[in-house]
Design a protein around this ligand. Structure first.
Ligand SMILES: Cc1ncc(COP(=O)(O)O)c(C=O)c1O
Length: 419
């Protein structure tokens, strides 16, 4: 085990509820209850919900993490970033819950379609589109109270025309580029543009924001540029609404960037950016589980191989179990490099190869797993299946681990036990 992984597990053990530690079973999964649920399944053969994989989302954990973000930022309002299908958890699942969290002032996405999906799901707080919309799209978005994020020359004119057509002011958050060179009006020519935007009666400037490069040294310079523009604009009497910049990493490690609103995504879903340091400061509870039921349990004979490429050859007789989750569902191919899957109270190593729709675990000399048992591939129930642990083992960014989960995976209510 590499040192950082060991550190992570040690910390997880001390965190208790964030990721279960000493007993290696979360309080969410009472071990006796878990065992009896599995047994019930075995005796009556019931397979509740079938064998297709699913995702469970925990609204309490979303609310808890939002509370942690607010605590870390002395109660700053949160613009919750839920882009890319709510970081893989499902926009319709996370949107309404975060909408109702008192710490959350609004929700942000980067796709027009996702802004509509939030409204369709009943989200009532402001929704910010951190991207560009065509005039036709913008008309519909403004009708639905979605805030636009202009960043180009000519946007003032364009949005003023729209406001006149709609006979109402268009609410905006001005997007500045302080060094990311991706989106935003470049800071060095932003002042006259801000002046134009902020003095147009057709526009209602509710906020002004930037994105960090996440190179913490350079981030300080970016913040300096942002504050300088903001200060100068305000000294000219221009109203900028809330200034916001801080994403998850800055919520935790850069208090001077908290400003008047913060804009985290990842930590709301219970993961930390990288290297495990957020969890030293915040208690984060993974808000999803990736689950499926065991499809087949078989005993291999010595010399039998597993999956494509025959990367695993049985030395002795060994039980293996097949789980119907693969890389097309978003479970990383690299999981064979050390990831484990929780069944009952124990985790088992992924072996062979992760194929498009299946993976296989080595159960061992004893048959401790049965067809129909619930397998949890990712979630808060054990340190081995924490999203950050999967990220560390597979070498994939934790953003990939979450956001690459297939949007087609059905969502089910959070189960209080493994059965
Ligand atoms: C503009 C912007 N703000 C905020 C965030 C939230 O970042 P994080 O998930 O690291 O908190 C993102 C996500 O990448 C983003 O693109």
């Amino acid at each position: 085990m590499n040192p950082s992984r060991r550190t992570f597990l040690k910390r997880a053990a001390s965190l208790g509820t964030a990721v279960a530690g000493a007993s290696l079973v979360s309080p969410l999964v009472g071990s006796l209850e878990a065992a009896s649920m599995v047994r019930v399944l075995r005796s009556d053969g019931a397979v509740d919900g079938g064998y297709d994989p699913w995702i469970e989302v925990n609204p309490d954990h979303l609310r808890f993490n939002a509370g942690e973000a607010a605590r870390a930022t002395s109660g700053r309002p949160i613009m919750a970033v839920v882009k890319n299908n709510g970081y893989g958890l499902g926009l319709e699942e996370v949107g309404p819950t975060l909408d109702q969290a008192p710490e959350v002032a609004g929700l942000a996405v980067v796709k027009v379609e996702e802004a509509h999906r939030l409204r369709d799901a009943g989200v009532r707080k402001p929704v910010l589109l951190m991207s560009r919309a065509t005039v036709d799209e913008a008309r519909e978005l403004v009708r639905r109270e979605v805030r636009l994020a202009p960043f180009s020359d000519g946007d003032g004119e364009r949005l003023a025309r729209l406001a006149n057509q709609l006979q109402r002011p268009v609410p905006v958050h001005l997007y500045l580029d302080t060094g990311m060179s991706r989106l935003g009006m470049p800071h060095h020519r932003a002042l006259p543009w801000i002046e134009e935007m902020a003095t147009r009666p057709e526009l209602e400037v509710e906020g002004c924001f930037m994105g960090f490069t996440e190179d913490l040294e350079y981030d300080r310079e970016q913040l300096r540029r942002f504050l300088e523009v903001g200060r100068e604009a305000r000294s000219r009497g221009l109203s900028l609404g809330h200034l916001h910049a801080a994403s998850s990493r800055h919520v935790t490690f850069m208090p001077e960037s908290h400003l008047e609103m913060v804009r985290p995504g990842l930590i709301l879903f219970g993961a930390q950016v990288a290297g495990g340091r957020e969890a030293d400061v915040l208690e984060l509870r993974p808000a999803l589980r990736l689950r499926a039921r065991v499809l087949r349990v078989e005993r291999l004979r010595p010399g039998d191989s597993v999956s494509y490429g025959r990367n695993y050859i049985a030395g002795d007789q060994v039980w293996v179990a097949t789980i119907p989750v693969g890389h097309s569902d978003g479970y990383p191919r690299e999981a064979v490099d050390g990831c484990r899957i929780l069944v009952g109270e124990r985790t088992y190593p992924v072996i062979g190869a992760v194929s498009a729709s299946h993976c296989v675990v080595e159960v061992g000399a004893d048959r401790t797993v049965e067809q129909g048992d619930v397998a949890t591939l990712m979630g808060p129930d054990h340190p081995d299946i924490h999203p950050n642990e999967i990220s560390e083992i597979t070498g994939r960014s934790v953003y990939d681990v979450l956001m690459h989960l297939s949007p087609g995976l059905p969502k089910r209510e959070w189960a209080a036990s493994v059965g």
